[in-house]
Design a protein around this ligand. Structure first.
Ligand code: IMP
Ligand code: MG
Length: 506
């Protein structure tokens, strides 16, 4: 294949370029333009059109090291730059394989690309983005998709058009093998959902979805403006009360995201969390616990976002005499992670929070055996309401110092859940899979609400994000035992929680 100076077949080539350029935003500026170019057909077409628009073009290739061919793609993009008379810059970023790959690759790319670099996203990508966000439970902002403009100049083009241009010009383009793998949600949407939508609706769904995004974008901008003018002070309860709830919720989402941003693993608030903050604003409760060791409290008509009192506890560094483990266990135990005193103080606080939150209607505590045995016992005594208690047991592999992932129910509930406010009481959340499973299982039993309460959450190990209403402690991701937690049924009777350093520990 010819990789030298580009020859444009006449007149079809020039006509196609002209027609496509007219549907882009590339001629709206005369400044130099940075183009993020993977070597695939979309960004290659963008490179060709950017050069054709008469602007000074620099092609940036980002090598993620994820695919064996990515080095070869960099060479392809360099050749493309040469043949177009554009400049070329190659970047390398390290992305570890693992969960959230697409999002992390995107973040890695963003970090090295110049600000404002243009990408080759087309109308088809816009439709996919909208569906992805829809499946994530987004509001109107997520439905807005990408904004047309200098960073996304090809949103007016179809993917078929960028491919047509590359084919007509005989440009060799990279095949992104990850595109074919049905791994990423985006690819499943591209190769399965959109064709199915086309078949069922007997029309091309892409322009319809894009029209939805256009409407959503305009409404989202309007709401943003209205929120700004209506809610000058997001901490003022009176202001929040008189504002329409959608605007208040919008302001609160931003306030909570920003307030928690400094923490590792910050995430936007869930709708369940927002509802709880709403109860604080309404005055039905004084404070509520949020994920990440935070709480929102109301005093003198103002909201405060604060760390839960002793909510996050990394390591108890100065164990007292009483936390020196008994001789029979000392051999397998490292430092104390949560001391007996810290457990007592924190569980009392959690009991008080639960008593406040459920004052109207006492919860049914569902303990997960056996790990939660001491916790549910102490917690239930710290709740000043007529709670009911029931237990479930989920089988796990039990012997090794690691989580098995998912189990099966070996002991089911005795009490009927219909209309009950259920609070699932867990010992420790590692991957979150057990709790996720239980939530789904219990969810089908007609409970009025199901919330989660965990004594301990390990930092950064959750594979299924859980909205936990109450969290006792966040600890580093090491294996721990004591206060109900076991290795092969041992150590549950320790009164503090210790790092396990015995057989099978990492
Ligand atoms: P998940 O499903 O990965 O969240 O695992 C939760 C379950 O794994 C807990 O209920 C415990 O039974 C067990 N587990 C996870 N981490 C530990 C630990 O550090 N010590 C003892 N058990 C643990
Ligand atoms: Mg266990």
């Amino acid at each position: 294949p010819c990789r030298h100076a580009m020859t444009i077949p006449q007149p079809e080539g020039a006509e196609l370029i002209e027609r496509l350029l007219a549907a882009t935003a590339l001629r709206d500026a005369e400044t130099p333009i940075d183009v993020a170019c993977s070597g695939g057909p979309d960004s290659t077409a963008l490179a060709v059109l950017a050069v054709a628009s008469g602007r000074d073009v620099t092609l940036h290739h980002v090598d993620h090291g994820l695919r064996p061919s990515s080095g070869a793609d960099a060479a392809l993009v360099k050749d493309l730059a040469d043949s177009l008379g554009a400049a070329f810059v190659g970047h390398v970023v390290e992305i570890e394989p693992g969960p959230n790959l697409e999002a992390r690759a995107r973040a890695g790319r963003r970090a090295v690309l110049p600000r404002g670099a243009a990408t080759g996203h087309t109308m088809d990508d816009q439709a996919e983005t909208l569906l992805i966000n829809l499946l994530r439970g987004t509001g109107v902002d997520g439905l807005s998709g990408m904004s047309p403009g200098p960073e996304h100049p090809l949103l007016g083009l179809r993917r078929s058009e960028t491919h047509e241009l590359c084919a007509l010009l005989g440009i060799e383009t990279a095949v992104d093998e990850t595109n074919a793998e049905q791994v990423f949600l985006r690819n499943k949407i591209r190769h399965r959902l959109l064709p199915l939508l086309a078949e069922l609706s007997e029309r091309d769904p892409v322009p319809i979805l894009v029209r939805t995004a256009d409407i959503a974008r305009s409404e989202s901008a309007f709401l943003e403006e209205a929120t700004r003018s209506e809610i000058g002070d997001v901490e003022d309860v009176a202001v929040l009360r008189q504002a329409p709830w959608p605007l208040a919720a919008r302001a609160l989402r931003r306030w909570l995201s920003e307030g928690r941003r400094s923490e590792a693993g910050a995430y936007p608030p869930s709708e369940a969390e927002l509802e709880r903050v709403r109860a604080v604003i309404d005055g039905s409760v004084r404070a509520t616990e949020l994920a990440g060791g935070f709480r929102v409290a109301r005093t003198a008509g103002r909201l405060r976002l604060e760390h839960s009192v002793s909510g996050t506890l990394r390591q108890v560094t100065d164990p007292r005499e009483s936390e020196i483990p008994p001789a029979w266990a000392a051999h397998d135990l490292g430092p104390v992670v949560v001391s007996k005193d810290a457990l007592r103080t924190r569980i009392a606080e959690m009991g008080e929070a639960i008593s406040n939150d459920y004052a109207e209607s006492a919860p049914l505590l569902v303990g997960v055996l056996k790990g939660a045995m001491h916790f549910i016992s102490d917690l239930s005594q710290a709740i000043a309401l007529p709670v009911d208690v029931d237990f479930m047991a989920v089988a796990s592999d039990g012997s090794a110092a690691k989580t098995s992932g998912i189990g099966r129910i070996v002991k089911d509930l005795d009490i009927d859940l219909s209309g009950r406010h259920v609070l699932v009481v867990e010992d420790i959340i590692d991957s979150g899979l057990t709790l996720n499973y239980l939530r789904k299982y219990l969810g089908a039993r007609g409970a009025a609400s199901i919330e989660g309460c965990a004594l301990i959450v390990k930092e950064g190990t959750m594979r299924v994000e859980q909205d936990l209403r109450y969290v006792g402690f966040e600890i580093p991701p090491t294996f721990v035992v004591g206060y109900g937690l076991d290795v092969a049924e041992r150590y549950r009777n320790l009164d503090s929680i210790y790092t396990y350093i015995g057989e099978g520990s990492a």
